[in-house]
Design a protein around this ligand. Structure first.
Ligand code: 6PG
Length: 262
């Protein structure tokens, strides 16, 4: 595990069973978004040069909205060949695509409405459908796209982190955490009184690159629980993200990382 702070000494989180992992502590959300955007540009170029396309799964929630807007801005938009970018979602709320809670709507407003990406490259989870049907349909779409029986290897998966240690729509205690065969499942989240769709851990952990985007004082406790050496975090869903053949990056703002050991 390599640790880098954007402007501070390294920190000592536990080693993850991944081929490579790093924690980068950023001064603020602006720096976190710039680093995430630079990673997106670099990985898109690398994947498109290697196999003609870039397959990325986007996170929902509020944290990445500014990142998506930054990718659509003049600073980044023209540095990306959007014709060969394929956008997927790591999870979705079971609501219509124009619903205020929809992760698709969040990405459409901040990014899709501002870049020239082919409609067929936008792989939306159908939150408006019956959850089980939507999960099965999305898995079918993934199997067609990746034409693989093994777990699909996304070039990049962005993930958020909830204060309870959830990520994507993998919540503490969920049966979805034990799923070893299916790539996409639906789950009823009692705390939210709502159904969700989510990629499963076999898919997330098959990715070439997984990047957590974690920002704000509200995430301080869960970041400490997850990343401080010796802290008990094994049961937290986010602690189960360890891409065995890929790289794991934590982009964390200083206010969320302030209790991490140095
Ligand atoms: C979702 C996300 C979820 C989110 C975390 C953090 O659909 O809500 O996939 O996992 O990333 O809850 O959300 P914030 O970025 O809003 O704190």
């Amino acid at each position: 595990m390599t640790r880098r702070r954007c402007a501070a000494p390294p920190i000592t989180p536990p080693l993850f069973p991944v081929s490579e992992s790093e924690i980068i502590v950023c001064q603020d959300a602006g720096e976190l978004n710039r680093k995430a955007a630079e990673q997106f540009v670099a990985l898109a170029r690398k994947a498109q040069a290697a196999n003609g396309r870039f397959a990325v799964a986007l996170s929902g929630g509020s944290t990445p909205k500014a990142l998506y807007a930054l990718l659509a801005s003049e600073s980044y938009r023209d540095r990306i060949d959007w014709r060969r970018v394929h956008l997927f979602w790591g999870d979705e709320r079971c609501v219509p695509p124009d619903h205020p809670e929809s992760n698709f709507r969040l990405v459409h407003e901040s990014l899709l409405s501002r870049v020239e990406i082919p409609a067929e490259n936008i792989h939306r989870m159908r939150g408006e459908k019956d959850p089980e049907t939507a999960a099965a349909d999305y898995e079918e779409e993934l199997r067609k796209f990746f034409s693989s029986s093994d777990a699909p290897r996304f070039d990049l998966i962005f993930l958020g982190l909830g204060e309870d240690g959830h990520t994507a729509s993998l919540f503490p205690g969920s049966a979805a955490l034990e799923e070893k065969r299916r790539w996409v499942v639906s789950a009823y989240v009692a705390r939210l009184k709502a159904y969700r769709l989510t990629l499963t851990l076999p898919v997330i952990n098959a990715a070439a690159q997984v990047t957590f985007l974690v920002s704000g004082e509200s995430k301080r406790a869960v970041v400490t629980q997850l990343l401080s050496a010796g802290a008990a975090s094994a049961n937290l869903p986010a602690a189960k993200v360890s891409p065995a053949g890929g790289k794991l990056t934590w982009l964390i703002t200083a206010d969320a990382a302030q209790d991490l050991h140095r």
